[in-house]
Design a protein around this ligand. Sequence first.
Ligand code: FRU
Length: 502
Amino acid sequence: MTAATATTADTFRPALHYTAGNTWLNDPNGLIFHDGVYHLYYQNNPVDNVWGNMSWGHATSTDLLTWTEHPVAIACDEDEDIFSGSIVFDQDNTSGFGTGSAPPLVAVYTSAFKPGSAHGGLQAQSLAYSLDCGYTWTKHTANPVLNRGSAEFRDPKVIRYDGDAGSYWVMAAVEAQDFQVVLYRSDDLRNWEYLSTFGPANATGGVWECPDLFPLPLDSDPARLQWVLTVNLNPGGPNNGSAGQYFVGEFDGTTFASATTVTEGLQDPARLSEYQWLDWGRDYYAAVSFSDVPDNRRLMIAWMNNWEYANHIPTTPWRSPMTLAREISLHTIDGQPRLIQKATGNFAALPEQGQKFSLADTEIADGTHILEDAAGSVQRIDITLTPGTAEEFGLVVRGDGARGTRVGIRPDEAILIVDRRDSGDTDFHKAFPSVDSAPVLTTEGSYDLTIYVDRCSVEVFARGGQVTMTELIFPAHTSTDVAVYAIGGTATINRLEITQFA
Ligand code: FRU
């Protein structure tokens, strides 16, 4: 494909999620808040809308909802593809790439060396730096800086560790095929010393990729700091294909010790639902967090796609959106430390789009009932539902009376489902049409859901953000109905509010 221009048929392009103008993207890379701007770099094919020619694309935002695309930041060349990695602000110029008064941003990325290059076939970690706040980048001349002689060593996430053991840079990367996160330390970002290895643990049904390691206060108490290790895996997710899991524990500057490991060593596939997932849906992968967000807020973005069918989703000229940014926090739930996630971004500043739709204390009779004046394709839906006699109940979004995407609850099974078998175009790949589920309990007898619908996606936050499901859908642009439904009985809507964003 040569660079195409947007067409009127581009009805799947989201309003509030980042997409590249007319090219392919996958993992978010180098997420950083710097100088008042959120920077989103990403795995990008600059000349096509399928995976290949991996380079770092670049976009910026001040509200996390609307993004500006910039020229490719770090481009592949005849020796290497530029795989995933991270960016740090090297405030004290420890790397020497800048000066004391003009410190650099430093990107740490995986060089995926091409056959015939000096390190052909290997994956090793390399540096590039920017002296203009992230808009142009220069590759370090002595790359790679960390080479284990491995073909599967990638996705470095670098953080500044400041703790009892001292103050230094820490890198988390993966040995993908070994289901391991490997930790290294450095004083100058150029010389790296091995610290420790974590894994295999919990889900190991696919390669481990794109790790992250960060502290969070437990129950908002800064005196009870815990460390969260996230790692994405592909395939092997709870509803098949790509997904991200997390562990909570202690990091002493050398070793991460998980307090939430269920199974060590190779996984027991029957226990997938006991593990901790960043998201239970099919399209939340390569999640990673921003560096340097003010007030110690921890914000994550994921690639909204799944390697099972990623190259085939029916969008053109672009392919793959990012997810909404999420603010994550750590809370004790049933005696265990668990992540709570909320969509974030300056929604309040979006232009008003007519009246909110709202409803309270209404019974849903058996069947599907379209809500007058609730239609839309870019909306936030807040609903609280109480079970009655129905075996399943919930909402249909992006519907046309007959078809649609069901977001529902099956109370007897204590699960949340997203059913996209009838969501629109599903036959571009046999793995796409699916009914996916996540375990979810009531809160005082009811279920609360917040759902973001944005043209080609639904992101569901249940139980106050304790359980999330993110899924792509490809409905006809005329399918905009919102309906409520109950199967085999009744349920009650305690409260429903729908906000239109576009
Ligand atoms: C994850 C991943 C990473 C790798 C990148 C290549 O989706 O496979 O492990 O760095 O994509 O594009």
